[in-house]
Design a protein. Sequence first.
Length: 198
Amino acid sequence: MNINFNKTPDGLIPAIIQDNETKNVLMLGYMNQEALDQTLSTKKVTFFSRTKNRLWTKGEESGNFLELITIKEDCDNDTLLLQVKPTGPVCHTGTDTCWQEINQTRYGFLSNLEETIQLRKENGSVEKSYVASLFTKGINKIAQKVGEEAIEVVIEAKDNNNDLFLSECADLLFHYLILLNAKGFELNDVVKILKERA
């Protein structure tokens, strides 16, 4: 690492703290060379506290440490990205992040799709919403649709039309998310099992 601590008059550089698993940004702190060295040697994230004017290991009072997983420097060598495993709430207010967010894994568009499915289930007009109409027909119909889409994926996998294959894969994933919701689960529940198996 070739960090340039001389770019600021106080010799401090920003240290962005990111959850190694969820990839959510948890907080921002500042480090000098001594804080970086201590972080690397103890594997517990240590900052230079501007208010206390001293080194400060996150969790030294609360017990909510940030265990260092990886550390990277940016292209200008004046900012750090630390991926960590938090051992409790990160913010001094008791929340998961300093932005008052729950630190949970999200899957971008797929998480948004899960939320849309839930909204259609709760508020959708059966006449206007395909998802709402499936929920009205019940679990047997939803499960049947997943089976039908799975068969169509297999059929298209044996042919050479990649567009049709991907389209059927999208249909299968969409209906699978509906089935998970109908059973009271979400993608995170399945990912948890996959992680345990890994």
